[in-house]
Structures are given as structure tokens and as C-alpha cells.
Design a protein around this ligand. Sequence first.
Ligand code: ADP
Ligand code: ADP
Ligand code: MG
Length: 661
Amino acid sequence: MFEKILIANRGEIACRIIDTARKKGIKTVAVYSTVDARAKHVRLADEAYEIGGAEATESYLNMEKIIEVAKTSGAEAIHPGYGFLSENETFAAMCENEDIRFVGPTADVIRLMGLKDQAKAAMQTADIPVVPGYDGENQEEDHLLQQAKSIGFPLLIKAVAGGGGKGMRLVNSETEFLPALASAKREAMASFANDRVILEKYIRKSRHIEVQVFADKVGNVVYLHERDCSLQRRHQKIVEEAPAPDLSEDMRFEIGETATKAAKAIKYRGAGTIEFIVDVENGLKDAPFYFMEMNTRLQVEHPVTELITGIDLVEWQLRVAAGERLPLTQDDIKLNGHAFEVRLYAEDPSNEFLPQTGTLYHFSHPQENQNFRLDAGVDQGDEVTIYYDPMIAKLIVWGQSRVEALRHMRRVIKDTAIAGVKTNLEFLYSIFNHKSFNVADIDTGFIDRYIDELTSREEQSFVPVLALASLTELMPHTDGNDIWDWSDGWQLNHNLKVKQTFVENGSSYDLDVTYLRDGFSIELDGSSYEVKLLKQSQDEIHILLDDKKVSGRVIKMQHDFTIFCDGMVSYLHHFIPGADERDSGKIDGNVVTPMPGKLSKLLVDNGASVSQGQSLLVLEAMKMEHTIKAPADGVVAFAGISEGAQIADGQLLLRIGEANG
Ligand code: ADP
Ligand code: ADP
Ligand code: MG
């Protein structure tokens, strides 16, 4: 086994790898970019070296520099994690040439599986079923359009070099094809410097079921069962589980054996994932499944496999890389219980899931135990920057059954609080409370189909949140851990009336608050509610709202509140008339960037008349495209911006003015 390894990655996966290395007594070397100098993976590693600027191309993708650090630090192997250099054949080859072990398959295999067209061809040769479509050389528009027509619609355009759902477009009809092709190619070029695409028949009702395989260098191959990753948004996984619910033992065996056969056919080595798409139009029983792609690395969702098999995949990776044989044979790999993982992102579900950046002013979560595992790349106080993936952490639970695991996840999400950046916590909670999800009635269209349900709230449910905010603002002291003594100064305030205005997500709420003898009443939109404080300890508050108990967590930053209450996460601003520049200038048609990025395309001309909701420009940020839409009808005036421009956070992009004459 190695004495020392270098981890060529950052965030949660770097921390995850360090964790296993430490358990095995292996020393760890971290590398970091200038903005990551104080990042968690740097804090955890035994040694750490700066390798360049914030842009990944200058640091985490800087191959020469990383190899140089491996040599100077005496690391015998490099673990690439996922993303970045993990599927980079040049890097794998460089490592081998420098006599540093690359923790992963050989460069040849990475190359073969790296491009979707080649990978599909190799699988067909090995007699593995693949999705029908076009994966030829000819990339001319006309030719692709002809091919698309013969495949039929709907179909998928996929970047051959794609990953993480990038460079992929669903096309429903012929007229949508060429614009979608252009957009897919643009995104593919920006993300992968390769704009070639394949076309695939779109399977209307499908489940994403993938198999974890493992191989050693003497040709032993096993599968560690499957994961179901059908819950996706924009073809990106959000929730993963293992095993795949309702999969019959026969099909589990068949899909596992097929994956093993695929890995053997390409002489695979190490950890890999074979992704299948299962056509569930006629149910899951005996459903046809097709090879989609192979990821030649550790996968983001590997922890669910670890929890149901009891195997540490990173440990196996290191053992295989060090030349050991697989520790277990197929028959020894058991499947126990059920696991879920959710990806906790810094993003705003109420605003088209725009990635968020900022400082994690607050981050608290339940204690880890046998039912809950947290894989995080950040701690409270850390930054989420524009430069890297906005994933903050993964929440992973295990239960004896799916139903038990669901319960654990609901509790864990409910008891996790993050303030400073908006997150998808509430959205995840909605998923775990959805009826269909609870009975495993899932497919890859689940999130799109239920998006309105998953992102909307009942009117009434917001009152407790307002009550918590109101009370927090009224409390004379918030530093005590004891029950607040209501008699303290209370009599003085007897019958006092206060007005409060809270703004959430563009809506404002005007509260008339009246102090009563043992609490106060809130009037809102003609209804009246009575509030009594039960207990307050740090940021946790328990109240009686019209005699019903309400508990929540209130994180306050000046006049901004993040409130966690019954799975709801609310971002409130206490509007104070006069003192509030920020809110007063909002409604005049100014459009400000929601986040920094590059302006990749203007969709209308300066001075054009537009209608509300019309797409105005495309912003490229966090490696994704975001379309900015008109907030109102009117005439566009761009604020001196042009295609290709770098846009700073909060920069004015344009104004929508009234049409002249
Ligand atoms: P899939 O490739 O099937 O989506 P995963 O769900 O494991 O598999 O997602 C990993 C993908 O996400 C990578 O292929 C990469 O494109 C992207 N990615 C992963 N980690 C990072 C990271 N730290 N920074 C940027 N992109 C990342
Ligand atoms: P990536 O490399 O970005 O992970 P994949 O080829 O693995 O791309 O596809 C990502 C997701 O897109 C799949 O998990 C699935 O939900 C959906 N998808 C891919 N191919 C098809 C298809 N032919 N029909 C329907 N959905 C598909
Ligand atoms: Mg994939």
C-alpha cells in the first residue's frame, strides 16, 4: 500500500478521500487554488501546495504543476476524485510516465469511454444493448437534421464529450432541432472544447439505473449492485438511492452481469460505473435496458453503494491501484438495507435554480450516526465561489428499508440549516414528502412533471414563518439561552402597537402587531393570530401560534432572516422604510445580473420592444447557461454590454423602459 497520496481535487470529494487515507494510515497531500487557500480539504490534509489561480484551468486542471507537486512531496499515487482530471487520459498517461500511480483505469480505457460515440461502438461490439440513434462522423447541420428526422422526435442531442448533463438538449419537434443543436454545441464547446454531438432516440418514460463495477489488474470483475438516479433536473442527478426500488432479483442479476461483461470487454481496472437507461413505458418488470455511458471514475453518488454493501470504495480503489486483488468475490458482496443521497446545492429554486455564491454564515446539521452520513466540502464560515461546482454537501441516510430511509432523510433535511447562501433544502424536502416518490413511482421525468408542486407552498403555511420573524425582531434580548422572561419590561409595552413589513421573494407582508399581557397578536390581511413564546435557545424558537406549537430556527443577519420551519426555508427581509435603499430602487425595470458570469449571447437588439417573459440574453455562469428574461413589457436598453463580456455580480445589465410614442 502507498505511504502517501496526492488528491488532485477539492471540495467534498477531496475531503472524502482524505478520510479513508487517514483511516489506512496513508499521508495525504492536498493541492489548492489561490481562492481555496483556507478550504476544508486544505485544512484536513497533512500537506498542502498552492497550484495556481482560481480558474480551474490554472489550478485543478494544471497537469504539469500537479505532477510536480506529487514529485516534490513524494506522493506515490494521485487520486483524481470526480470531475476535473478524473477522466483525462492525458493526465493518466502523464502519471504513468512519471512513475506515479493514477488511481483509476488506464489512459486507453479512459479515452475509449470518454467519448459517447466511441463508447457506444465499443459496447455494441461487446454485444451490450445501446440506445438507437446516430453517432457518426458527419457533423454538418443538414446531415444531422436528416438523421434526426429519420430517428424521429422526441430525441436527445448529446455532446460526445458531455458529462454532468452538460451539452445535452431534448428536442420535441423538427423546428426546435437547429436552435437546440446550436445551443448544445455552444455549451459543449465552452465546457469540453469539443462540440461534436450524437443523436439518440429519447426514451419517453425511463429510469436511470447504474451499476457500480470494480476490477483488479488481473482481470477479476465484480459488481456492487445498482443505484437508481432517476431524480434529475436538466439531466443532472439530484437524489440517488440504492438499491433500485422494485427491481426484481432476476433483473438485478441480469443488469449486474451485463455491467460486468461490459467492464471485462474493455479490460477495465478500478472503480467504474455503467449507466443504463431502462425503458419503463410498460413498467419495470422485464423492462429493456440500454447502455448509456460509462464513467471511468468514482461517482458523486458512490456513498449509497457504500452504505448498502458496507464496502469503502475509496479503500478498494487504493488497494487495486497499489496492485492488490479485489478483496471479495461476487458471492461475498451482500446488499443490506436501503440508502438515499441528496445533493445539497447553493442555488435558488424559486429563481430557476440559479447558482448562488457567498459565505456560509451558518451551517448546522444533525450529528452523524449509523443512519446519517454527511459528506461536506465546507464548514460554517467557508465560501461558495463562482469558480467551482455549487454543491455544498451530500446528505446520505441508511435504513433497514426504503420506508425507514425516507423517514431518516426527512428528519435530516429538516434539521439541516444553512444561511448566507440560498440552497435547495426546501426543494429536497418537498421531494421526500411527495406521495409518488414515497411509493417509488419514479422515472427521469419526475421532477419536470411535478416541478410546480415541488416548488409551491400553501398560502397558510407562511404565517408561522412570519410569526417567528416578527417575534425575533421584537425580542429585547436574543443572547440568552433561557426562556425569555416575558414579564421583563412587558407591562411597559402593554397595548403597544407596531407595524412590521417583511419581504419574501418579491411579495411583501404588512403585519400589525399588538402586545398583549402574555404574548402578542398579529394581524395580516384581515386575519388575526395569537402568538406566545414557549422557549428560545440560541437560534431555535418554539412558539404557540393560536395554541398550535410551532418550532423553527431563525438565523438573522442584520435585517435579513433565514428561517427554517417544518421543512420550509424562507429568506425574509425586514423592510424598514427610509433606511432601505435596496428595496426602493427595485421596481423600475432594471435587470441586474443574478450572479457573475460571461455574457454568451444577446437575443434581442438594443432598443427592441419586448414583452414580459421574453428571453433577452444568455449568461454563462458556473459552467451552465442561464437565460435572462424581461421582467415587464417595454423597450430594452442594454447598459453598454456586448457578447463575450465578463459580468460582475450585481452589475446592471439592461433597463426595460416605456415605449416612446
Ligand atoms: P455524471 O457524469 O453521470 O453526471 P456524476 O453525477 O457523478 O456523474 O457527476 C459528476 C460530473 O459533475 C462530472 O462529470 C463533472 O462534469 C461534474 N463535476 C463533478 N465534480 C465537479 C467539481 N468539483 N467541479 C466541477 N465540476 C464537477
Ligand atoms: P452525462 O454524460 O451528461 O451524464 P448521460 O448520457 O449519462 O449524460 O445522460 C444523462 C441523463 O439524461 C440520463 O441519466 C437520463 O436521465 C437522460 N437520458 C440520457 N439518454 C437518454 C435517452 N436516450 N432517452 C431518455 N433520457 C435519456
Ligand atoms: Mg451520465
